[in-house]
Design a protein around this ligand. Structure first.
Ligand code: ZN
Length: 66
């Protein structure tokens, strides 16, 4: 959960898990538009299995031979 605060008066507006959110501050009336901060885990070279998956594909095994 993240705490969302008004950008104008710093009042706490909500606690949420969000991607994008538009919320109006009840105190000062400012509309706050917030986006989730960089939520992109493991981006570099984590997927090494791609190449090896083919060899043991279950689909190929269940196909009847023609
Ligand atoms: Zn405010």
């Amino acid at each position: 959960m993240e705490i969302i605060r008004c950008g104008a008066c710093n009042r706490k507006l909500a606690e949420a898990e969000y991607i994008r959110l538009s919320i109006k501050c009840p105190r000062c009336g400012a509309i706050n538009q917030v986006k989730a901060a960089s939520r992109e885990p493991e981006r570099h070279g984590a997927s090494v299995r791609k190449g090896t998956l083919h060899a043991t594909s279950p689909e190929a095994a269940t196909q009847p031979a023609l």
